[in-house]
Design a protein around this ligand. Structure first.
Ligand SMILES: [Zn+2]
Length: 81
């Protein structure tokens, strides 16, 4: 009978430790998740794309050649228009 009592006590201690370990793990996860989601991918890096008025190729606005209101992929296409 005494052995059974000790066995129950040991099981209870193990269960309590497991519960504590799980709760600390949950805390660590909830603490870690926000920083992973938080780093906002800088949307500013996505540059505006413009379409060449001559060949309809898309290119970054900073690399486009402008003739009037139209954007072109190269000087040749700008001259061609
Ligand atoms: Zn073009």
């Amino acid at each position: 009978m005494n052995v059974l009592l000790w066995l129950m006590l040991v099981v209870l201690v193990i269960l309590a430790l497991k519960k504590k370990a799980r709760s600390t793990l949950d805390q660590a996860q909830t603490r870690q998740v926000p920083p992973e989601q938080a780093p906002s991918r800088p949307a500013a890096k996505a540059e505006t794309m413009v379409c060449c008025a001559h060949c309809q190729v898309y290119l970054p606005a900073s690399e486009a050649i402008y003739a009037g209101e139209q954007a072109y992929c190269s000087q040749a296409h700008a001259d061609h228009a």
